[in-house]
Design a binder for this molecule. Structure first.
Ligand SMILES: *Cc1c(COP(=O)(O)O)cnc(C)c1O
Length: 429
């Protein structure tokens, strides 16, 4: 394949392409990547960057992973895709079995979709259809906490933080939901009764219209990279049971080891009624997500009115994606992933915690393979981005947050490059 130059790609990009949360503007800077290997991104002009983002939580094994490359070609020889209506296949069957075996025991059925946002839509529909089948058709609303992030489609957006999610732009179309205060108790601390009071008050007053509480367990990701007490989740589980409200856990960012447990709900020892996974499900190779639910929910929907679940994406259970996901999970489970994440966490504590002494820094927090430096003021993302690229690293800050979530296979030398770059940027502030 002939390769375009760095400038040729950039010029086409500026002319035609939208990027996530960006303007279409000639001033936009997006760096062309020609290839990626291990923990390194290689730009089209030959510069190499150590990757601190794992492509937004996804590339847990790094890039160009031999086992996953093989998985793609293996599956290509059989078929890239077939429709899932009336047909089924080995990759979906084996992946479903694997997901059920590694997630909380009560989760027994799997709905595959093509992105995290869609898996959240599916979870919300499942909760609504469940209550409909139980003779409670008025339970159609959702409760959540502030500073959450669940995706960019409309129902998912309705439960994102109303401020950072820019609800005001879409107000006439967005369903109003119930928002409690974000959990204030930090991860590792216990959680006194007051913290859950805000959510408790909502459930006490409105449980008859609420289908489910939806929340990211332990780590709030794109809504502010906040790590809260597992104790809060325990109390939330009890509260949901008490008020006849389902619990949906969005493990799209936290699943597959990122927080030090395979799934973040394990920190609290609780199980949701419905759980969403995505992002690192395929090791960052392609887009796939899944919504898992308890038998109680799937049975009730299947036996109630109208007796079917009302969703069915064209690319549902895409065989290529399912096969790669299965191999990615096998690769993760056969690797010393807990030791790796533990080592990343220890190193982040040693090398990042000292940022806290800077007068510009509000807070440093570290959990598993994620490290966050929260500044007192919003950073100039484009300026910082340029500086990081000059320093040979790929780190993309947002708002007040400069953060790392590298592939689990990162070496300690590479991780030190990332933390040194953050120190350098913080010092320049
Ligand atoms: C990224 C993310 C989503 C949305 O997933 P997409 O694949 O981008 O649609 C939903 N919830 C959480 C917690 C996420 O981090």
């Amino acid at each position: 394949m002939s390769k375009l130059s760095y400038d040729a790609i950039t010029s086409l990009d500026r002319r035609y392409l939208w990027h996530p949360y960006s303007a279409l503007s000639p001033q936009q800077i997006n760096y062309p990547v020609a290839s990626a290997q291990g923990c390194t991104l290689k730009l089209a002009d030959g510069r190499e960057l150590v990757d601190g983002m794992a492509s937004w939580w996804c590339a847990i094994h790094g890039y160009n992973v031999p086992e996953l490359n093989t998985a793609v070609t293996e599956q290509l020889d059989d078929m890239a895709h077939v429709m899932f209506g009336g047909l089924t296949h080995q990759p979906a069957a084996l992946l479903a079995e694997k997901l059920v075996s590694i997630t909380p025991e009560n989760l027994q059925s799997v709905f595959f979709s093509d992105s995290g946002s869609v898996s959240v839509e599916v979870a919300m529909k499942m909760a609504m259809q469940y209550w409909h089948s139980k003779g409670h058709p008025h339970k159609q609303k959702f409760a959540t906490v502030r500073n959450g992030y669940h995706g960019d489609t409309f129902a998912a957006m309705s439960v994102c933080d109303p401020v950072t999610g820019m609800h005001s732009l879409f107000n006439d179309t967005l369903t109003p939901q119930f928002f409690a205060e974000r959990p204030a108790c930090r991860f590792g601390e216990s959680c006194d009764g007051d913290d859950i009071l805000s959510l408790k008050t909502i459930l006490q007053a409105h449980a008859d219209e609420i289908a489910a509480v939806i929340i990211e367990p332990v780590v709030q990701g794109a809504g502010g990279m906040w790590f809260y007490s597992a104790d809060y989740l325990k109390q939330l589980r009890a509260l949901c049971d008490q008020h006849n409200v389902l619990l949906i856990l969005d493990e799209i960012a936290t699943g597959f080891g990122r927080t030090g447990k395979l799934f973040a709900c394990e920190h609290a020892g609780i199980a949701p009624d419905i759980m969403c996974v995505g992002k690192s499900l395929t090791g960052g190779y392609m887009t796939l997500a899944a919504t898992l639910s308890s038998s109680e929910i799937s049975q009730s929907i299947s036996q109630g009115e109208p007796g079917i679940f009302m969703h069915g994406p064209t690319f549902m259970a895409n065989p290529l994606a399912c096969h790669v996901a299965l191999r990615s999970i096998e690769l993760l489970l056969s690797s010393p992933w807990q030791d790796r994440i533990d080592a990343i966490e220890q190193q982040l504590r040693r090398e990042l915690a000292t940022c806290e002494t800077s007068p510009q820094v509000q807070d440093v927090r570290i959990l598993g393979a994620t490290g966050v430096v929260e500044m007192k003021q919003a950073v100039d993302m484009h300026r910082l981005q340029r500086r990081f690229v000059e320093l040979g690293v790929w780190i993309r800050p947002f708002g007040k947050l400069i953060y790392l979530m590298p592939p689990y296979i990162i070496s300690s030398e590479q991780l030190s490059r990332l933390t040194a770059a953050i120190h350098s940027v913080v010092k320049d502030f």
